[in-house]
Design a protein around this ligand. Sequence first.
Ligand code: CTP
Length: 130
Amino acid sequence: MKTIITFGTFDVFHIGHLRILQRAEKLGERLIVGVSSDALNIQKKGRAPVYSQSERMDIVASLKCVDSVFLEESLEQKAGYIRQFQADTLVMGDDWAGRFDSFSYLCEVVYFPRTPAVSTTSIIEVIKTY
Ligand code: CTP
């Protein structure tokens, strides 16, 4: 059974999130998603996500294309998560192109083109103008 793994915040869930998960699922038989913790986002982006980690995990876990979710608590643990879930392929959006190539000794690394013109940040900006 081929296992696919991907990571992300998936805050204010949008069509770009859905598309990458649907495409990732097609590469194998099992899709595992690491949802980044609130603490990791505060550390990385300087702000807390709009939706809490448990809400974001529930939303992603409810998708037909996703088999299971886990909380990504440390960016340095990626290799550990890949091993733990015995992932054959790591999928990321091409905003990360090249930045995960160092894991290719553990699994195949695939970058998908981002869905154009949508991001959590842009949605938050649009809502702020109302
Ligand atoms: N993604 C995508 N297309 C988009 C937005 C995101 O394919 N338009 C992918 C990212 O490349 C990543 C995953 O979805 O692999 C999770 O991305 P995330 O950072 O949670 O979403 P963004 O909308 O990019 O969030 P932000 O604006 O906060 O950076």
